[in-house]
Design a protein around this ligand. Structure first.
Ligand code: SAM
Length: 289
């Protein structure tokens, strides 16, 4: 910590000093978003051997989600902290008219929702709207359903669904679909985007929030977060997708590829927006004509 210049070390006094402006980096409940990343790195470090095995000719294709013990708990803590005030106060207003529509009552799918934190926050703030949180992971869905019940929410339900194979009778069902940090993880992201398009109502909208990056490596060299994100990609996002025989896009798939895949799926008016207070994310907001 001293050689990394996080902690200051005095040779003369043989003391260590952590200046106040750096304390947040080490404190789990302090105000800096970066505090959650060391814990993620610790979690991923335990999977290095599993990932290394995938590089052997006769090794497995990828690493299953189930091997990442603690991942959903970690993500839960991160999202709870990130969304506590930001989602309703700062993110929702970036989609023109969304707050008003949520207030009057619309149908929303928070897809690949994990522990469903966006749904839980939004359902609480917008009681006239109906929310469905979907994810392929049964344990996450069960957790979210229990949490929703404990919070007394009657307008949020959760169910197991593969985003690439949504129910046939969900065509034109949702006014708004949100996918937060998940499309790059999917085995079949093209299929998932086609399914999202099918299930959004004509005139509805889709928000895909994903990691900020470019498709071309050279364009990421000056991105200070890129080193960490390529590591996260190698140790988590790529192997979980490849494990299903999937596309293995990885977290640094890049905004150019993301936009072209959204176009392929027939979305229109694709806007690439910043996410307030989360500089590592981009928000791809699109319409279904
Ligand atoms: C990085 S997590 C993001 C979770 C949540 N959106 C969040 O931001 O906290 C990716 C999620 O995608 C889910 N997932 C992976 N493949 C899926 C699929 N085919 N259909 C639905 N969900 C899937 C995983 O179970 C996991 O919860």
């Amino acid at each position: 910590m001293a050689t990394a210049r996080v902690v200051e070390y005095s040779k003369e006094q043989r003391t260590y000093y952590l200046p106040p402006h750096r304390r947040a980096v080490l404190h789990p409940h302090a105000g800096e978003k970066v505090v959650h990343m060391p814990e993620f790195m610790r979690l991923l470090a335990g999977l290095v051997t599993n990932v290394a095995d995938c590089f052997r000719q006769e090794g497995p294709e990828g690493v299953p989600y189930s091997a990442y013990t603690g991942f959903q708990d970690w993500q839960l803590e991160l999202r709870t902290w990130e969304f506590n005030t930001d989602l309703v106060a700062n993110f929702v207003p970036t989609v023109t008219g969304l707050k008003e529509r949520l207030e009057s009552g619309i149908r929303v799918n928070d897809a690949a929702c994990g522990r469903g934190i966006p749904t839980l926050f939004l359902a609480q703030h917008f009681p006239n709207s109906k929310f469905v949180g979907t994810d392929i992971d049964l344990e996450s869905v069960q957790w979210a359903a229990k949490e929703s019940k404990e919070r007394g929410l009657v307008n949020a339900t959760f169910q197991v669904q593969d985003l690439a194979k949504l129910p046939a009778d969900w065509s034109d069902s949702f006014d708004y679909v949100l996918v937060w940090d998940a499309v790059h993880d999917l085995a079949d992201p093209e299929g998932a985007l086609r399914e999202i398009f099918r299930t959004v109502k004509p005139g509805g909208q889709f928000s895909m929030v994903d990691i900020r990056g470019h498709a071309e490596l050279a364009d990421n060299i000056d991105n200070l977060a890129a080193t960490m994100m390529y590591g996260v990609s190698l140790l988590h996002c790529t192997p979980v997708s490849l494990c299903f025989g999937g596309r293995g896009l990885g977290v640094m798939w890049g905004q150019e590829l993301a936009v072209s895949m959204l176009q392929e799926a027939k979305f229109t008016n694709i806007r690439v927006l910043d996410v307030p207070n989360i500089p590592g994310n981009l928000h791809f907001l699109c319409d279904k004509p």
